[in-house]
Write a protein that binds this ligand. Structure first.
Ligand code: R5P
Length: 310
């Protein structure tokens, strides 16, 4: 079946990179706003009977990007696409996977319910915050790992230890450590507010070592900042590297990271990074990885080796 790749507006350069890797152009889509702010979508080429791949991160502005995704799916379905696969490199609301205080919604479940109501047949995401979220979705969800590519790039940091900045990232740190043949240290953190965290202890031999702190995402950078400070107090060398799949870098993130003795910040392009940010950022382009996923799905080949395994 002929394949077409569409991009929403969240991150066209990543979609472009994936399409280029497949030797295809991005298919034509017109996205405009009505005067009252409503999003208007027009699929400007024939997709009847075609296999559609739609690439859109539900990153900031998350409400708009999510709605855009849903509207494009609806349009593609109504104009006769045979099969629609959505590639959501960064899946927003994934952190809202349970009721913490008992008085809030389960945002991730709601997002899954919205996608469930559409005609998509498969969802591809990258390093979802909580892989167990797969169970919220009716459609099959493949959680692709960016860790092999990030670990390869992070090897230039010459780090001596991989550090999990909280208990939730321990498995992730172990995966990096396995690729890099390094030991693991763990920071015990608790969250006070959405932007503030507190560190209790550091477990592991970090003294005189260059640390590589790993996380699935950096949002306000409170987590990695607290971890870095705890590591410095525990005697690690003041040459810190950080690797994370999703660089949200919102609010005080830049200022917090600038205050650290930061040598490398390795991120992927699941979220487009503002070029003016003055940090030692190195980006892993996931376009070729997503292209390989698409190629294999088209050829009915296995993608098992590309998934996050816990
Ligand atoms: C938490 O469980 C996540 O894995 C990240 O550590 C956290 O969401 C990062 O947020 P921030 O950068 O605002 O501390």
């Amino acid at each position: 079946m002929e394949l077409k790749i569409f991009s929403g507006t969240s991150n066209p350069s990543l979609a472009e990179s994936a399409a280029n890797s497949l030797g295809l152009p991005l298919s034509k889509l017109k996205l405009q706003r009505f005067p009252d702010g409503e999003i208007n979508v027009k699929i400007e080429e024939n997709v009847r009977g075609k296999d559609i791949y739609l690439i859109q991160s539900t990153s900031h502005p998350i409400g708009d990007n999510l709605l855009e995704l849903l509207l494009i799916i609806d349009a593609a379905c109504r104009v006769g696409a045979e099969r629609i696969t959505v590639i959501i490199p960064y899946l927003g609301y994934a952190r809202q996977d349970r009721r913490v205080t008992g008085i809030e919604p389960i945002g991730a479940h709601l997002i899954a319910s919205m996608l469930r109501a559409t005609a998509i047949s498969r969802i591809i995401a990258v390093d979802i915050h909580n892989p167990a979220l797969e169970g919220f979705f009716r459609q099959p969800l493949d959680n692709i790992s960016a860790v092999p590519l990030l670990a390869e790039m992070a090897s230039k940091s010459k780090a001596g230890i991989v550090v999990s900045p909280d208990l939730g990232a321990v498995k992730l740190a172990e995966r990096f450590a396995a690729f890099m043949s390094l030991p693991v240290a763990i920071v015990h953190k608790s969250r006070i507010t959405g932007t503030e965290v507190k560190v209790h202890t550091v477990a592991g031999k970090v003294q005189n070592k260059k640390p590589l702190i790993v996380d699935d995402m950096i949002s306000t950078a409170g987590t990695v900042e607290a971890a870095a400070k705890a590591l410095l107090t525990a005697g690690c060398l003041p040459e810190i590297s950080i690797a994370a799949t999703h660089g949200l870098l919102v609010g005080p993130a830049s200022e917090r990271l600038k205050r650290l003795p930061l040598k490398h910040l390795f991120l992927t392009n699941t979220i487009s990074i503002q070029p003016e940010i003055d940090l030692p950022i190195e980006i892993v382009d996931l376009g070729p990885l997503l292209a390989e996923v698409i190629r294999r799905l088209q050829n009915q080949e296995s993608i098992i080796d590309m998934l996050v395994h816990l």
